[in-house]
Design a protein around this ligand. Structure first.
Ligand code: A2P
Length: 277
């Protein structure tokens, strides 16, 4: 089974999950069925992805007990502001066909709207009501988290941010760790065409061939070996299986140092204020 990381709620999160962007309902349902059959127990979606219905259908088709699964969704700008997340989560739960999510995230801080603090207060109510077993954020910087710390009471369980060997975000991760917030990596393989070029990097290909692993496994191992939670997306059964098989090999300190040369610097990646998938 897949290792889990403790959350500040007392629950745990499986360290590997299935990412579902940009799958449609039918693709998401099939990927979820395949993934659960292979041993995945953690599924990541978002209202903005438009595939919560498919995710719910895949879970239903898998006939797995709800309590065996860790399901995350995220609410976007439309549901920011006083109490709007209540309707947002209710509608998401209807689509997912479940009575609670394991983790509910603010998808983007959207600081220009200045509503993420009031949204967080609504999230605190949803957490108290048990509709969300844990609450967290995505794409937040230390400045955004500092405001939550100053003006609200529940510390986010998770901050889900874009991380890959090219987008390392050490400062953000250090902030999260110091405050008991688990960091999750979105697009851990570099995302779409980014993944194709990252997985062809000679340093990654070299380590993979020496260890008799695939480049994707080397990159995902780089994440989990540092305590990050990953949610790689694939629809291919062979790749889905590979992406879960990360715990029977290790990267050496020399391998980690070689991978560190891929860091594109602090300005790499999607700007947290801009919004994306
Ligand atoms: P596909 O869905 O065709 O397998 P990320 O999770 O970083 O957003 O990256 C997802 C991209 O990486 C997708 O294009 C996915 O393609 C590809 N991908 C996922 N797993 C693997 C793998 N094990 N080997 C190669 N490419 C992969």
């Amino acid at each position: 089974s897949i290792p889990s990381i403790p959350l500040n709620t007392g629950a745990v999160i499986p360290q590997v999950g299935l990412g579902t962007w940009p799958l449609d309902d039918a693709q998401a349902a099939d990927a979820v069925v395949t993934a659960i059959g292979l041993g995945y127990r953690h599924i990541d979606t978002a209202t903005r992805y438009g595939n919560e219905t498919g995710v719910g259908e895949g879970i239903h088709r898998s006939a797995i007990a709800r309590e065996e699964l860790f399901v995350t969704t995220k609410l976007d700008g439309e549901f920011q502001g006083d109490d709007r997340a209540i309707d947002g989560l209710r509608a998401a739960l209807d689509r997912l066909d479940m009575s609670y999510v394991d983790l509910l995230l603010i998808h983007w801080p959207l600081p220009q709207r200045d509503q993420y603090v009031s949204t967080w207060r609504t999230f605190e109510k949803l957490y108290a009501d048990g509709l969300a077993r844990a609450i967290g954020v995505s794409n937040f910087t230390p400045a955004h988290l500092e405001r939550l710390a100053a003006e609200t009471s529940v510390v986010p369980a998770v901050n889900q941010i874009q991380i890959s060997p090219q987008i390392v975000r050490l400062e953000q991760r250090a902030y999260d760790t110091a405050h008991g917030i688990v960091t999750q990596s979105w697009s851990p393989l570099g995302g779409g065409s980014g993944a194709r070029s990252l997985l062809a990097e000679p340093v990654i290909v070299g380590i993979a061939s020496r260890l008799e692993r695939t480049p994707a496994q080397v990159v995902l191992r780089w994440h989990v070996q540092q305590g990050l939670v990953v949610i790689p997306k694939s629809t291919d059964p062979v790749r889905l299986a590979q992406n879960l098989d990360l715990f029977s090999f290790e990267l050496s300190a020399e391998d980690m140092a070689a991978l560190a040369t891929l860091d594109a610097g602090p300005d790499a990646g999607v700007d947290s204020d801009r919004g994306g998938h």
